[in-house]
Design a protein around this ligand. Structure first.
Ligand SMILES: Nc1ncnc2c1ncn2[C@@H]1O[C@H](COP(=O)(O)OP(=O)(O)OP(=O)(O)O)[C@@H](O)[C@H]1O
Ligand SMILES: [Mg+2]
Length: 493
């Protein structure tokens, strides 16, 4: 760690989020470099020197014990270390909160993380999140300009008995060389939970921009004159936002993401965010056959995944990003019907820009799972699936040559290891959270776990967040994979 030279501040091509720079930090997330930490010990940093693909920067304020944290969402391993009570679990919980806020609304997200009393930082009455991402090169005055997008929202509790309300939400797209002049801006604000919000929408002069500014223009209006786009687009935008504005705890970002690949990528990351907490008895239980095979983060239905791999039914394992939206999103429905062959009917929409979770190595997945399982657990050689003749349900069977061990006959650690291997070799998550794997894995398996995670991150661009107190995991980690979490601004080396 001694030779590590982190880059502090915002990475090139990325602007600081409005109003978030310079806020004193109580929760501190930082890299493993003592000197730099001391130089900037009131700011939160999660930067690495190595470039690891696309980066979305997430800023969290006043969530549980976190005063202010900047977290880079980028593929690869991110190992959170720090003393007990430093905020590792709070940080992972904030990611789940945001996932639930996008999927279900802020009120349900709050309820799922323990309710208002536990989620707002003590002494604070608002939680803020912000995201910053590159928006690529767009045509402007016949040339190309690099653009960035930033989004932010503040969740407030007007009173103890009122529901959580998104009091403020903004989306800005601006050129990197002139961030003060946004090309596209939407702001929604509400005073109370029962107040209908009026959006502020600032659109760019359409004649200045190419059709590639928004994917939406490009695909929806490709054959129409630009004057028509200028006339129709704001109306459609208001229509899309219309229903969201009636619901005080709903973010508009998922609704817009159905129309734009950059936004869809951000929403996909949160929709496909899972925390794995394998419960051996749940994984041991038999499962009914379904048209798709997906293991739950607690290990349920692992048998269906093994079954699909064994019988080479890979289509059952492909994960599609679903947006469960209301039937009132009429414009989206219209859009989906016209543009997406994957329209799944009433109340379910599939963004044409969302990506399927597939892995090019699915045909080798079972062999890899068996190899890692056999290497760790003697005398197991491979895993298979058997049907219970009394009810037709399937369950996993652990084989030692020709001898079969039923799930109740193998150890909890073996079942957990199988489920973790399935979650890695048959990816269900773009953002993968795992707390303290050392609590149930032998040191040798901990080493294998991070090695497999690294391989999978390379192949599938998965973002792994692990919390750990394990010396084995730390020894196996690369310095740039380690994030030190401290609660009160005191760096830890
Ligand atoms: N709403 C809140 N406001 C302020 N602080 C909070 C709030 N909720 C929890 N905390 C603080 O956050 C700390 C818990 O942090 P967390 O559970 O994330 O620690 P951790 O790093 O995961 O620790 P461990 O290694 O023991 O699992 C508690 O010590 C508590 O003081
Ligand atoms: Mg914890």
């Amino acid at each position: 760690m001694a030779g590590l030279k982190p880059t502090w501040g915002y990475s090139s091509g990325r602007r600081p989020l409005n109003g978030l720079r310079g806020v004193p930090a109580l929760g501190l997330l930082c890299k493993a470099n003592r000197a730099s930490l001391q130089a900037r010990n009131r700011h939160i940093v999660a930067h690495r020197t190595q470039k690891r693909g696309r980066i979305v920067r997430l800023t969290i304020k006043d969530y549980k014990s976190i005063g202010h944290a900047d977290l880079d969402l980028r593929s690869g391993l991110n190992i959170l270390i720090g003393p007990n009570g430093s905020g590792k679990t709070c940080l992972l919980s904030s990611l789940k909160f945001l996932r639930d806020a996008f999927r279900l609304g802020a009120a349900q997200a709050l309820a799922r993380q323990g309710g208002a009393r536990r989620v707002y930082r003590h002494g604070c009455d608002a939680i803020s999140f912000a995201l910053a991402d590159s928006y690529g090169q767009r045509i402007y005055h016949h040339g190309r300009v690099a653009c960035s997008l930033s989004w932010g929202m503040t969740v407030k509790q007007a009173a103890a008995e009122s529901i959580a309300t998104i009091s403020n939400e903004t989306l800005t797209i601006a050129p990197d060389d002139n961030p003060g002049h946004p090309l596209f801006f939407i702001a929604v604000s509400r005073k109370g939970s029962f107040q209908k919000a009026t959006p502020t929408i600032n659109l760019p002069p359409i004649t200045d921009f190419g059709r590639d500014l928004f994917k939406f223009w490009d695909s929806e209006y490709s054959s129409q004159p630009k004057a028509r786009v200028a006339e129709a687009f704001p109306k459609l935008l208001k229509q899309i936002l219309g229903r969201v504005l009636d619901e005080p705890d709903k973010s508009f970002l998922p609704a817009l993401a159905a129309f734009d690949p950059v936004l869809a990528n951000i929403i996909d990351s949160f929709t496909l965010l899972n925390e794995y907490n394998i419960v051996p008895d749940v994984a041991r239980a038999s499962s009914e056959q379904l048209p798709f095979a997906q293991m739950a983060p607690n290990g349920a239905a692992v048998s269906l995944v093994v079954d699909a791999l064994e019988n080479e039914r890979y289509h059952k394992l492909e994960q599609v990003q679903w947006l469960e939206l209301d039937d009132d999103y009429r414009s989206q429905r219209y859009f989906m019907e016209r543009h997406s062959p994957q329209y799944y009917g009433y109340r379910r929409y599939y963004s044409p820009y969302s990506q399927r979770m597939t892995s090019p190595s699915l045909p080798q997945a079972l062999a890899n799972i068996n190899k890692e399982l056999a290497a760790a657990v003697r005398p197991i050689t491979h895993v298979t699936v058997t049907t219970d003749p009394t009810n037709g349900k399937r369950f996993v069977v652990f084989m030692s040559g020709a001898e079969a061990f039923y799930p109740e006959e193998v150890s909890d650690g073996t079942v957990k290891w199988l489920c973790l291997l399935v979650s890695l070799f048959v990816p269900f998550s773009r953002v993968y959270l795992l707390e303290e794997p050392e609590n149930f894995l032998h040191p040798w398996m901990q080493q294998r776990l991070i090695a497999v995670m690294r391989e999978q991150a390379k192949q599938n661009n998965t973002i792994f967040f692990l919390s750990s107190h394990s010396a084995t995991i730390l020894n196996g980690a690369h310095p740039e994979e380690i994030l030190i979490v401290t609660n009160w601004g005191c760096p830890v080396s």
